[in-house]
Design a protein around this ligand. Structure first.
Ligand SMILES: NC(=O)c1ccc[n+]([C@@H]2O[C@H](COP(=O)([O-])OP(=O)(O)OC[C@H]3O[C@@H](n4cnc5c(N)ncnc54)[C@H](OP(=O)(O)O)[C@@H]3O)[C@@H](O)[C@H]2O)c1
Length: 345
């Protein structure tokens, strides 16, 4: 039996990057538990994914109140793993959760009111079995609640010991500036922003969010960097039965069109020429130049985590390679979160 955790997990293979101008260091690759951590996935698979990640130096695990199915069950499953497999390792881990999307019935079960955020945070802590999470996020901007109220709730969550840091997810550049200014005044700075970002989804560049975050000294963790699996070799020969596109969940199989596949094939060839898998090249692209702190992947198997962690071996691109990627990647509609970041919201 091999030793867990691997004593070589901090041997320098996984780089740790500072989140903006904060003290928080995050692994270049982080693991998200949105899919494959609900009751439809065997415990042993979840366990193998998380243990493999930690052995590879992936210290950050990202959750939200509503991850499942059923909603809430990913936090419960992760809590079981923390107690059984990660006993004694809590201080080597960064655990995050979020509130903002629909979680329970009635007017308080979603969005950004003080009532909703604090109640949801308490529920998350109970499900995970922790006294505090490391990062707590407002999962989306709420156009109907005063931004001051949402930020005051985040500030309270930190001051009351429920979280160490706060973050924003899918807020556009304008709302991020407003929110960050309020948080700074309150004395609880925003240390991280979680936007969607990939070769096929570049709203953070069009919106100016990337510059805004650099300007404000806020770190960033890019979610769905593999466009939910499209930017891997998994759909090159059609839609496999065991894939997110076949599950009728968040990945519309219509996105895997012949045109999209032609792009993916060309990108796959390019990755091969760089000595990488397509997943590795897609992650390296997100992390290029250091503008993004961490790439937040999902995985249905430990082998995928291993493959993704290998991305850090080569993060550099030539100008010619970047130009070719731009030409190949006509942006299809893969941003499901566009509504949360629309400027007029
Ligand atoms: N803040 C937000 O609003 C928000 C929204 C969405 C997600 N997130 C966060 O971001 C995390 C990642 O999202 P995501 O799972 O959509 O990210 P993703 O990394 O773009 O997609 C993950 C999927 O890609 C496939 N895959 C991963 N590595 C692979 C490899 N090496 N080779 C072949 N296929 C591979 C797997 O698909 P199969 O399952 O088909 O095998 C896996 O489930 C979530 O868990 C969550 O923490 C946040």
């Amino acid at each position: 039996m091999t030793q867990f955790p691997d004593p070589g997990r901090y041997d320098g293979r996984m780089p740790y990057r500072r989140s903006g101008r904060s003290g928080l260091m995050l692994p270049a690759i982080s693991l998200g538990l949105w899919h494959n951590f609900g009751q439809d996935t065997p415990h042993e698979v979840k366990r193998a994914i998380c243990r493999t990640a930690f052995d590879l130096g992936i210290t950050h695990f990202d959750l939200a109140n509503n991850y499942g199915p059923p909603i809430g069950s990913a936090e419960e499953a992760f809590g079981d793993l923390l107690r059984a497999d990660f006993r004694g390792l809590r201080d080597e881990m960064i655990v995050s959760s979020k509130a903002g999307y629909r979680m329970w019935d009635g007017p308080y079960g979603e969005w950004g009111s003080r009532k909703s955020l604090i109640a949801s945070c308490d529920q998350s802590l109970k499900r995970i079995g922790l006294d505090y999470v490391d990062i707590f996020y407002s999962h989306r901007y709420d156009p109907d609640t005063p931004l001051e109220e949402t930020m005051q709730a985040l500030d309270f969550i930190v001051r009351s010991g429920r979280a160490l840091y706060v973050g924003l997810s899918s807020y556009n550049s304008r709302r991020t500036r407003e929110a960050a200014a309020i948080l700074k005044d309150l004395g609880t700075p925003c240390v991280i922003h979680q936007p969607s970002y990939s070769i096929l989804n570049r709203w953070v560049e069009h919106d100016g969010l990337k510059e805004t975050l650099a300007d404000l000294g806020i770190g960033s963790i890019a979610f769905t960097p593999l466009a939910q699996g499209i930017l891997t070799n998994k759909y090159l020969k059609g839609i496999p039965g065991e894939s997110r596109a076949a599950q009728g969940k968040s990945l519309d199989p219509g996105l895997i069109s012949p045109q999209a596949l032609a792009t993916v094939r060309a990108l796959n060839d390019m990755a091969g020429a760089r000595g990488q898998t397509l997943a590795q090249m897609a992650l390296a692209w997100v992390l290029r130049g250091g503008g993004i702190t961490s790439a937040l992947i999902g995985a249905s198997k430990p082998e995928q985590v291993r493959d993704c962690a290998g991305a850090v071996a080569r993060l550099d691109f030539s100008d010619e390679e970047l130009a070719l990627i731009d030409t190949l990647a006509e942006e299809p509609a893969v941003n499901l979160w566009a509504r949360s970041s629309e400027t007029d919201h």
